[in-house]
Design a protein around this ligand. Structure first.
Ligand SMILES: [Zn+2]
Ligand SMILES: [Zn+2]
Length: 548
């Protein structure tokens, strides 16, 4: 049974002396619950030890007396004794998982650096995907690549039968954000791509966690199936949606993910549903000075649509986000452009609102085409659901993240972090956030993710770790910089350990899966049927290729 109450108070939280060195908070959670039990009439009457109340131990082989205050010791020791031997089995297994990841962390830093340097865009991540597949294959996984009509998608599998536990792995970069691993703005390739969302760390940590768990499964004879889903093009290409639509998650019992962040957090949270697409206008070219009256400007249509959408912002539901870029606006000022293209995103916490917003964007585009006498073509590129949080799984992942602890800087890393912090706007930055784990609590994201679609077909939870200097935003050069050096590597290892320990809990605690499924079914609502927001379109494999 999982601890479901008695959250750690902030004033009880102690910074770790080293990654995964102690488990103050878990022990205090248990102590808190234990004190409740001890005060109960039943306990006083029988003077018996309470039932074991937590299987997500993650205890290390440190003497308990080193971890707890005297008063806490008196409360917790009876519990630990009563939880024997299941607790000890979990303790040892999790310690071995942590040790297995630590033993290969130099290798994982190399792999993540390789993917960071490749910085391949959505659906073009051939080498990055192959690198992760090779690592999983050499560790004993069977890898099926090119799934769901996406050349860079893969499913790596170990074991067989139930339960089926999965972890997601991303690896695509972002255009225009090339940056060296230095604390000043310094692109490696001018206007080149960069890993500003840390997906090089995401994919590598997920593979690292799975490889460690596979080692434990092989040694212990644990039954079940472990899968790594290599999911391309998260940044706008929606790789996971096509894997969900193809039924690749249909037999999965629980799926975990994580994301690079500037803090350590595993609270349950949602995100914004999002529909994005390209509006292409075709007009008539002409000399812009000699015969402009013979031309019809496609760029005018893009500008007219943008203007209408900007006016629309006053009349959209609270919480709406609309943004766009012009991906093509003509080739030369002295030619009336016969082609122009705008790429729009519409977001809202509720996917139904996003449908309505998108319909209004299409109306604006039609109006613009009519007024400029141009032809309109609309391509919905991507559409993702808001994340469906699962508290049962989130509490388990949070307990494991607490056990692992945050990111500890060396003096050199601290100097790097201070230089990055000096470039960031906003309130004063507390670098201690890198080492702290946020208290359990709701944590909604203003962005969107195709994990959203997965979370509506399989119970899901995730976490974030401080791979970036506190205060850093995703999609910034500062995120690329920290992600390409040891701060990013350390955050990645925190994520890998937390994922591995959480997968262990999922395999060994059947009631966890039962409870998570019950919560999931209730949260989706009766009669829910998954329908992808992208309809029946095929993966937009060329969405990162600029139009003519
Ligand atoms: Zn991103
Ligand atoms: Zn991301």
């Amino acid at each position: 049974m999982l601890v479901r109450a008695g959250l750690c108070d902030d004033d009880l939280r102690h910074p770790r002396k080293g990654s995964g060195s102690a488990l103050f908070c878990n022990d205090r959670e248990r102590a808190y619950r234990l004190s409740e039990v001890r005060q109960s009439p039943e306990f006083r009457r029988r003077r018996l030890q309470p039932e074991p109340i937590c299987c997500t131990l993650g205890l290390r082989r440190l003497p308990v007396s080193h971890q707890l205050s005297k008063s806490m010791r008196s409360l917790t020791l009876p519990f630990i004794l009563c939880a024997w031997p299941a607790a000890l089995v979990a303790q040892n297994a999790k310690a071995e998982l942590v040790a297995a990841i630590d033993a290969r962390k130099a290798q994982y830093a190399i792999i993540s650096d390789e993917i960071w340097s490749l910085a391949e865009l959505g659906y073009q991540e051939h080498k990055s995907s192959a690198r992760l597949q090779a690592e999983l294959k050499s560790a004993g996984f069977t890898v099926e690549s090119g799934v769901a009509a996406m050349p860079t998608a893969f499913v790596a599998t170990y074991g067989s039968g139930k339960p089926v536990i999965a972890v997601l792995a991303e690896f695509d970069a972002l255009p225009g954000l090339s940056q060296g691993a230095v604390p000043i703005r310094q692109p490696v390739v001018e206007h080149g791509a960069g890993h500003a969302c840390g997906h090089h760390l995401f994919g590598t940590a997920s593979a690292a966690a799975a490889i460690a768990v596979k080692g434990w499964m092989a040694k212990s004879g644990q039954r079940g199936t472990l899968r790594v889903y290599g999911t391309p093009a998260e940044e706008g290409g929606g790789g996971k949606i096509y894997m969900v639509r193809a039924g690749l998650f249909d037999d999965v019992d629980a799926v975990l993910d994580w994301h690079p962040e500037s803090r350590n957090d595993a609270g349950p949270g949602s995100s914004l549903a999002n529909i994005s697409g390209k509006f292409r206008f075709r007009g008539k070219a002409a000399h812009a000075a000699i015969a402009p009256w013979t031309g019809r400007s496609a760029l005018d249509a893009v500008e007219a649509m943008s203007h209408m959408v900007n006016m629309m912002r006053e009349h959209v539901p609270e919480g709406t986000r609309i943004h766009h870029i012009i991906t093509s606006g003509g080739g030369a000022p002295n030619v009336v452009p016969d082609f122009a293209e705008a790429y729009f995103y519409a977001r809202h916490p509720d996917s139904r609102e996003v449908f309505d917003l998108w319909a209004r964007l299409e109306l604006a585009a039609k109006g613009a085409a009519m007024g400029t006498e141009t032809e309109l073509e609309v391509e919905v590129v991507n559409g993702v659901y808001a994340l469906l949080p699962n508290e049962t799984l989130a509490r388990m992942v949070h307990a494991n993240l607490l056990a692992v602890g945050g990111v500890h800087y060396t003096a050199e890393e601290r100097r790097f972090a201070e230089k990055i912090a000096a470039t960031l706007d906003g309130p004063k930055i507390d670098l201690a956030e890198a080492v702290q784990v946020r208290p359990y609590g709701r944590s909604d994201a203003a962005g969107s993710t195709d994990v959203g679609d997965v979370s509506w077909v399989v119970p899901n939870a995730g976490l974030g770790t401080a791979t970036w200097v506190p205060g850093t935003s995703a999609h910034s050069w500062q995120a690329v910089a920290a992600g390409g050096m040891s701060i990013g590597h350390k955050g990645m290892i925190v994520a890998a350990k937390t994922l591995a320990m959480s997968i262990y809990d999922l395999f060994t605690t059947p009631e966890l899966l039962t409870d998570a499924r019950a919560e999931f079914v209730k949260a989706r609502g009766a009669g829910f049927t998954y329908r992808p927001l992208i309809g029946d379109r095929q993966p937009p494999l060329d969405y990162r290729v600029n139009p003519r």
